[in-house]
Write a protein that binds this ligand. Structure first.
Ligand code: ADP
Ligand code: MG
Length: 376
């Protein structure tokens, strides 16, 4: 009987997912690390709670209010497709995206974004720490490993795959090669081209054939090195740029003569903290405007692709990021957004902003589904 209950729950969940279409939103709350609380002189009080038993709800408490016995703090509840608490392991997070990763092997185009303020755990989620262990590895190396293992298993059925990787940064609306040998912006200008076959290429960019999953760790180190050259602090640079890791999977079947190409994009977005333009001048002002504009362009593109009206105009060209990802956003593509947040009271305002942005992305996808099933 328990089993029936579980089956019904799963069925309901699947129906819900189908209705939602191809966009998912996962929330991940980072733990309070001792280094963070010490360096910020922070009393590590959390402002989040997880009221639901389903792992889909998060409740933020207003940290600016004084709570007395007679008045509880205002709370802001949110529901996402999944909420990962601070104790969630990289493995647990990956297990919820592995199907999506797998669909790139079946020929789908997939985008997985990490959105959130600087320090909220975007890079930890996507790359994991440098010199990661098997446990702490992030989504990029885990994806490569899974794709590599699955492609080996598919050999018996006649499939052979070529796995190619690229890693670029978009900084101030300019594409830089994170795997280049001459540092960033080493004199080369990279143009984004969309071919008639729906294939996106970047001119003069380094493409690495990933023959073994171990190779990806070398690539991540190289990217980190490139990012640290010419900027005072690596973290500063990466928090002000978007990085896009792209795996192109070309499969050919020698028995059935089928072939297909899937693309998996893993995107570590620039820090979403509200950057005030007042006070910023020169390069900083330019950076700030570029980040603000491109993050809102991403929100606009997602809202447009979720719009059920046929022939809705999708403003891909409003930023380099959305233009680069044009063929992997919308249509048959699948999109997942992680909203990474900090549980600290001192981050309350930014956390609320991030959750609201994510809720907007989430609700526009539900809106689509509801409209689609209303018969005309
Ligand atoms: P962001 O890329 O969003 O600026 P980071 O991924 O660099 O943030 O995370 C900030 C700090 O918090 C790093 O030291 C990182 O190792 C740590 N951290 C973030 N998320 C986790 C987590 N889930 N588990 C352990 N440490 C984490
Ligand atoms: Mg980062």
């Amino acid at each position: 009987q328990l089993r029936d209950g579980e089956a019904i729950r799963r069925q309901l969940h699947n129906t819900y997912q189908e209705l939602k279409g191809n966009i998912r939103v996962f929330c991940r709350v980072r733990p309070v690390t001792s280094s963070v609380s010490a360096s910020q002189n922070e009393t590590a009080t959390a402002s989040v709670a997880y009221p639901g038993a389903e792992g889909r709800e998060i409740e933020l408490a207003n940290a600016t209010e004084t709570v007395t016995k007679s008045s509880a703090a205002t709370t802001y509840p949110f529901t996402f497709d999944r909420v990962f608490e601070p104790s969630s392991t990289q493995e647990a997070v990956f297990s919820e995206i592995s199907q999506l990763v797998q669909s790139a092997l079946d020929g789908y185009n997939v985008c997985i974004f990490a959105y959130g303020q600087t320090g909220s755990g975007k890079t930890h989620t996507m790359e994991g720490p440098l010199n990661a262990t098997a446990e702490s590895m992030g989504m990029i190396p885990r994806s490569v490993q899974q794709i590599y293992e699955s492609s080996k298993a598919l050999k018996d059925k006649g499939w052979s795959y070529q796995i190619e990787g690229q890693y670029v940064e978009i900084y101030n609306e300019t594409v830089n090669d994170l795997l280049g040998n001459n540092g960033l912006g080493g004199g080369k200008k990279h143009e984004i081209r969309h071919g008639k076959n729906g294939k996106t290429t970047i001119t003069d960019i380094t493409t690495v054939v990933l023959t073994s999953p171990e190779k990806v760790a070398i690539l991540l180190k190289k990217a980190a090195q490139n990012r640290s050259v010419g900027s005072t602090q690596m973290n500063e640079r990466s928090s002000r740029s978007h990085s896009v890791f792209t795996l192109r999977l070309t499969g050919k079947n020698s028995i059935t003569d089928e072939s297909h190409e899937g693309v998996l994009n893993l995107i570590d977005l620039a820090g979403s903290e509200r950057l005030s333009q007042s006070g910023a001048t020169g390069d900083r002002l330019k950076e700030t405007q570029a980040i603000n504009r491109s993050l809102s362009a991403l929100g606009d593109v997602i809202a447009a692709i979720a719009n059920p009206e046929p022939n809705t105009f999708v403003p891909y060209r409003n930023s380099k990021l959305t233009y680069l990802l044009q063929n992997s956003l919308g249509g048959n593509s699948k999109t997942l957004m992680f909203v990474n947040v900090s549980p600290l009271k001192s981050n309350f305002n930014e956390t609320l902003c991030s959750l609201r942005f994510a809720a907007k992305v989430n609700s526009c996808t539900i809106g689509t589904a509801t409209k689609r099933i209303v018969p005309k």
